[in-house]
Every structure is written in C-alpha cells, then in structure tokens.
Design a protein around this ligand. Structure first.
Ligand code: SAM
Length: 286
C-alpha cells in the first residue's frame, strides 16, 4: 500500500491539510491527491505556490478565500459534477479550522459531490498533543477582537468543566492573556505553544497568574503564531452541591457539625454522610 500512490477519483472534492510551518509535514496521501487532481483551490494562491513548487506540483490553481468562497464554491461544484476532481487547501493546516472551507464543503454536499478529508497538520492538534491534558477540551479558536465581546465570551466559557483552546496572533497576545487571567483567574494552567514545527518553536507552561510576566520577559516570547491551552477549572460545583453548601453555611453558624448535616439532609434531600463530610470541610476552611 505504501508504495502504491492513491490518485484522485473523478468527481470528488478533497479537503487537504497542509503543513503549519515545516514543509515536510505533508502526508504521502496529500501528495498523491495534490499531484493528481484537475484543480487545486487555495486560500491564497501565492502562499500555496511555494509549498506546491517545493513538492514539484504544478496544478491549475483557483483562489477561494473568505470573501469569494460562496461564488467560487458554486463554480467548483459545477466542475466536480461534470466529472473533474478538485482539492482545497488553506494557507496552513487543516481547512475549515479557523480557515475557509465550510461553504465549499456545504455546497459540495448540497450538490451530492463526494467529499474526502485528507488529514494532516493542525495547530490545535499539535498543541494538545504536547499539553499533557487527558480530559475533554473545547476548541474556541480566535476570541473576538473587541475587548468587551472578548471578555463576555470568556465569562461564558469560565464555568465549563473542560480545557479551552485558543488561537492568537502576536499583536494581540498580551491583551488576550491579560483577559484570560482577569476572567478565568490565576490558578488555571496555561500552555503557550508558539511557532509550532518552525525553527523557533517554543512550548511553555505556567499558571495564568505567571503568564504576563513570562510574555514580558523576552520580546521573542511575543513573536510568531500562538496556540493557548487553558486547563479545566479545578472543580465545578453542581447545582445540588451549591445548594447544600449554602444551606450548611447558614446552619453551621448556629449548630454543631452533626446536627447541621442532619438538618441539611432533610432540607435538601441530600445524603447525610456526604453533607457531614462537606460540613466538616467547611468548618476547617479558613
Ligand atoms: N487551519 C489552521 C489549523 O489547522 O491550525 C489554522 C489557521 S488560523 C487562520 C491561523 C492561526 O492558527 C494562527 O494565528 C495561530 O493561532 C494558529 N497557528 C497556525 N500555525 C501555527 C503554528 N505553527 N504555531 C502555533 N500556532 C499556529
């Protein structure tokens, strides 16, 4: 299988991941497809020309970016329905991930054209693979550029019981990290993955509280492309736990632990032993 190229099939749209820096991160399958399709749609044809030339690919290129995606998608789908094959590549990484591609895929699906993913590099996957996290995570992508909208978005994200993954550009990295700290608190851990797969790749982990000082310590720390991974909050209280805590807070002002727990169990319907343990802990909290 490895030495048998798998060329593009007629009438099929291929969504092809390309490198996020290191030009050697292009899969053998991506090469097979890019070498054999009738046309390659690219977010920026000049950017992609370098990659394609480096791999000896000289296909027909069509520009498809966020400003012309719907119109160009319709033309490509017509070509596909006429039996041509096509690939879409964005400037870097996987199309459709904070990149154009969704409208083309939507138009192809509506036109009943087969769509085949050719997976490969993506900054979000690369950063997560070295994060050491093993729980659930939410890919947010770019936060809104406007400060008020960004802060509102972070307030909505704060209680979610999962890690959060952001993309950020160098000119907004300090502002973004300052808002992460202000809105998510200083205790959560932040992985800063900078210039992945490139010459100056850097992966740094610290608390959100320490992140602004790390960024300020060296001009290079603020250069290049960033993925930010914020760990999940330590523990998220359920509605039942919050109610139990509120009831116990009042009862413990007047009653010893055992009685407060018994009464709280009758009020909330919770388990006596669980409430007893919680009450004990609350008594010991500073
Ligand atoms: N589609 C791409 C992907 O699959 O990762 C993302 C495209 S998005 C327009 C560009 C953003 O991705 C950058 O601003 C940065 O946040 C992140 N990114 C792309 N390449 C990166 C790299 N080599 N290192 C770190 N982050 C990168």
């Amino acid at each position: 299988m490895l030495d048998t190229p798998q060329p593009a099939r007629a009438g099929t749209l291929y969504i092809v991941a390309t490198p996020i820096g290191n030009l050697r991160d292009l899969s053998l399958r991506a090469l097979d497809i890019l070498k054999s399709v009738d046309l390659i749609a690219a977010e920026d044809t000049r950017t992609s020309q370098g990659l394609l030339a480096a791999h000896g690919i000289h296909a027909r290129l069509v520009a498809l970016h966020e400003h012309n995606e719907a119109a160009v998608a319709a033309r490509i789908v017509a070509d596909l329905r006429a039996g041509k094959s096509a690939a879409y590549i964005s400037d870097a990484g996987t199309p459709g991930i904070s990149d154009p591609g969704a409208k083309l895929v939507g138009a192809a699906r509506a036109g009943q054209v087969p769509i085949v993913p050719i997976p490969g590099a993506s900054a979000v996957a690369a950063a997560l693979s070295v994060s050491g996290l093993d729980g659930p995570w939410l890919f947010v992508g770019f936060l809104p550029a406007r400060a008020s909208a960004r802060r509102k978005a972070l307030d909505d994200l704060r209680p979610l019981p999962c890690a959060l993954v952001f993309y950020e550009a160098p000119h907004r990295i300090e502002e973004c990290v300052a808002d992460l700290l202000a809105r998510l608190g200083g205790e959560r851990r932040l992985l800063i993955a900078r210039e992945l797969t490139k010459r100056f790749e850097q992966i740094h982990q610290c608390t959100l509280a320490d992140a602004p000082a790390w960024l300020a310590a060296d001009d290079d720390h603020r250069r290049g492309e960033f993925v930010l991974v914020v760990s999940a909050p330590a523990a998220v209280e359920s509605d039942d736990e919050r109610e139990a805590r509120q009831v116990l807070e009042i009862l413990l002002e007047e009653l010893p632990v055992r009685q407060a727990a018994q009464l709280a169990a009758r009020i909330t319907g919770g388990r006596k032993n669980t409430l007893y343990d919680l009450a004990l802990n609350m008594k010991q909290e500073p």
